[in-house]
Design a protein around this ligand. Structure first.
Ligand code: GLA
Length: 378
């Protein structure tokens, strides 16, 4: 099939990835998260094509594309297409104003690396179509419909953090998001003289696999046990450690550990906000290491490659703290590294990682950046 791979766009949208400083798997438990959008992004070029319902989407990176008819949007056998098809499907449920369009996509966000390339894909398309066809959708409704797209077309029962962070990010700030009320506060991220360095394990997590959804249902099992004793409990957000201990005998160890992690991770998010406000660098680092330990031993979403990097970091005083970021099972490990030692530390980590796993580590610095942006409009 022939695709339009280059055209003069009517609209260009920059849709960023995100890092999560702390608060992993707390979003679907209606707790707190502390993510930030980053400058790495997916760029969308759009043009209307004067047809009623033919849409053509082409990925410059994968050199492949697909076409659909707006009257019959169905799931595809290709996973990456489903993120986009899901968004189109959700939009057509809300409005009949969508018409045919051409779209090309380019990315400098490594896929499957815990930096939310999925949310960037979903939200960037929603944002672009909203503007191109004057759909009048609010940012929050684009965030929510993108999350639903992932539930319904991809099959991952994800929380709302990634879409929220990608759309709502603010330069220089992390975002404290209450995933129950969706209230959010931008928190200045002043980490000098430390830099945020991502080391990509190049081991790809697979959220579409059942592991993520299993974690979610284990938490739900915990909630239903807790609810029997504490009827006011709606989610793990409403549970504290004494309550959990009170119900320990009624749940298996796995469910207990999952709940225990979520309760402490929620507390760590709030402790991190406090540490950021006080610029208490040592505590910031300690919280990162503590959180990683929880993901490894209690929530069990880490992997040998991420653990190796975190253990390696602990032996280096120029690193303040480190933890695997995102859904888990690999992807990127976030490190806070002293600015004077970044090059040296990255070199030695790369060497050690190559020796251990025979995988070339990828390293890059990130800083909190603005959320989804229209960078060009005709
Ligand atoms: C993925 C999901 C998010 C969140 C994280 C873990 O990135 O999309 O909703 O649950 O995993 O914190």
């Amino acid at each position: 099939m022939q695709f339009l791979t280059d055209f003069t766009p009517e609209l260009v949208v920059a849709s960023p990835g995100r890092i999560n400083l702390i608060g992993e798997h707390t979003d679907y438990n209606l707790g707190y998260v502390l993510p930030a959008a980053i400058a790495r992004k997916i760029t969308f070029n759009f043009q209307r094509n004067n047809s009623d319902d033919r849409c053509h989407i082409y990925s410059k990176q994968y050199k492949t594309g697909f076409s659909i008819d707006l009257k019959s949007v169905r799931r595809s056998a290709m996973e990456w297409e489903n993120y986009l098809l899901g968004v189109i499907h959700e939009i057509t449920k809300k409005t009949d104003r969508l018409r045919g369009f051409n779209c090309t996509i380019e990315s400098d966000l490594p896929a499957g690396s815990g930096l939310s390339s999925s949310a960037a894909l979903e939200c960037g398309l929603a944002f672009g179509l909203n503007d191109l066809f004057g759909l009048g959708l609010s940012k929050i409704s684009m965030v929510k419909l993108s999350q639903r797209a992932e539930h319904n077309f991809v099959g991952t029962q994800c929380g709302i953090m990634d879409q929220f962070a990608s759309v709502m990010g603010a330069d220089g700030h992390a975002m404290l998001l209450d995933c129950r009320s969706l209230d959010h506060t931008h928190i200045p991220m002043e980490l000098a003289p430390y830099k945020m360095v991502m080391l990509n394990t190049k081991v790809s997590h697979n959220l579409a696999s059942s592991a993520y959804n299993i974690r979610k249902s284990e938490c739900e099992e915990g909630v239903s046990i807790l609810k029997a004793k504490y009827p006011e409990v709606q989610s793990l957000r409403d549970v504290n450690t004494p309550m959990l201990l009170e119900c320990r005998d009624r749940m298996n160890t796995t469910v207990f550990n999952r709940c225990s992690f979520i309760i402490s991770e929620n507390n760590r998010v709030l402790a991190m906000v406090d540490a950021l406000r006080k610029k208490d660098l040592n505590n910031i680092g300690a919280l990162l290491y503590e959180a990683h330990e929880g993901t490894r031993t209690l929530y069990e979403v880490s992997c040998p490659e991420s653990d190796f990097l975190v253990d390696f970091a602990k032996k280096h005083p120029e690193v303040l703290g480190a933890r695997q970021t995102g859904g888990g099972f690999g992807g990127c490990v976030l490190h806070l590294v002293h600015e004077k030692s970044v090059t040296r530390f990255v070199e030695s980590a790369t060497h050690a990682y190559k020796k251990k796993f025979n995988i070339p580590l990828e390293a890059f610095e990130v800083r909190p950046s603005r959320g989804t942006t229209i960078t060009y409009t005709k």
